[in-house]
Design a protein around this ligand. Structure first.
Ligand code: NAI
Length: 345
């Protein structure tokens, strides 16, 4: 029997509670023992506690060092600060890791894509330093530091080394932002010198977007500042079937929050239409982080079976199933895998 993992659970809002419920059911069926500490965040938390991020939620993450999080809506052009950005900064989760890989059986315009996005997660335009200088003139600061750039570059190279990735491209706009993006590049180049087996290249962000759509297979691992990484992640999600598929992890020195790339999808919220695959694959990343490799493999294998069979897929990927039916199909595939393995033994 494995140890019980205490995990902070933030269902979020919009489609968050639906996909979270589906994922929790599946993770619990792996046999891994979880103790979930469940907290609201954002507008919902404010209504109940008068705080967008309740103190108890901070304390829970501080204690458990691992969280699974659904999306939380951020008001546009005003209102409270992004809960997502605030949590990443608070726990110094400097590396945003997003693997982009086709699922077997799910046909897209771009087969066999296998990309890793490593996004700096605490700096750049997301530091939230904006002010109105005079009416009609606003300044927004982008902060890039040597420490921040070096540690995210090291994260990318260490990941590549450990997982046999061959190439890293730094993506930048240092032709225009000579100082900030220039510093990001200088730090990446310095780190690259220590890793002789990994090819290092640099592409300008605008060209990269075109290159990605023309030929995503030319890339292996992309190293990006915060804003570029945010945008390029959604672009790359389209290669593998859209935002319903792509997982993510926010990783710091001793703490991690696992969440899908997608947002709260208000257009489909509360209708049992959301695809829980992105959060489920984030859950698989979490299982690996917790050293529950066998359970992670089982969930991933079950997902692949469901996609290969094409019988129970959600609407975003051409099916008709609801969120809960999709989760039922994954659970049935896991059950089948258990039966097969008990016969083999
Ligand atoms: P979004 O990712 O919520 O939705 C974009 C499109 O993708 C929509 O058409 C939506 O229906 C679809 N989609 C997203 N996830 C899906 C899923 N699991 N299954 C099926 N279809 C899915 O992006 P949007 O509309 O720009 O943002 C909505 C809100 O979410 C905003 O308040 C934004 O700030 C927030 N957000 C939160 C994030 C987080 O909590 N980490 C990340 C990104 C956005």
């Amino acid at each position: 029997m494995s140890t019980k993992h205490k995990v902070t659970l933030i269902p979020g809002d919009g489609i968050g509670p639906e996909v979270t419920q589906a994922v929790v059911r599946i993770l619990e069926a792996t046999g891994v023992q979880f103790e979930w500490e469940r907290y609201a965040a954002g507008a919902e938390a404010f209504e109940i506690f008068g705080e967008y991020i309740p103190a108890a939620l901070y304390e829970s993450i501080e204690r458990n060092k691992v969280a699974l999080k659904g999306p939380v809506t951020t008001p546009i052009g005003g209102g409270f600060k992004s809960i997502n950005v605030t949590l990443r900064k608070k726990f110094d989760l400097y590396a945003n890791f997003r693997p982009i890989k086709n699922l077997p059986g799910l046909v897209t315009k771009f087969p066999d894509v296998d990309l890793i996005i490593v996004r700096e997660n605490t700096e750049g335009e997301y530091v939230g330093l904006e002010h109105e200088v005079i009416p009609g003139v606003v300044e927004s600061l982008k902060v890039i530091t040597e420490k921040g750039s070096t540690r995210i570059a090291r994260f990318a190279f260490e990941y590549a080394k450990k997982h046999g990735r061959k190439k890293i491209h730094s993506i930048h706009k240092a032709n225009i932002m000579k100082l900030s993006d220039g510093l990001f590049l200088r730090c990446a180049r310095k780190v690259a010198e220590e890793y002789h087996d990994i090819q290092y290249g640099e592409h300008i962000i605008d060209n990269t977007c075109m290159q990605l759509v023309m030929n995503p297979w030319q890339y292996d691992t992309l190293l990006l500042e915060n804003l570029y990484g945010d945008i390029v992640s959604d672009l790359c999600a389209a290669f593998v079937g859209g935002l319903g598929l792509v997982p993510g992890a926010n990783i710091g020195a001793d703490c991690a929050i696992f969440e899908a790339v997608h947002g709260s999808a208000p257009d489909i919220a509360g209708k049992n239409l959301a695809n829980p695959t992105a959060l489920l694959q984030s859950g698989v990343l979490m299982l690996r982080y917790l050293n529950e490799e066998a359970a992670a493999d089982k969930v991933q294998r079950a997902l692949e079976i469901v996609y290969s069979e094409k019988k129970t897929l959600t609407r975003d990927v051409g099916g008709t199933a609801g969120t809960s039916e999709f989760a039922d199909a994954v659970l049935a595939a896991m059950e089948e895998l258990s039966t097969i393995s008990s016969f083999t033994i």
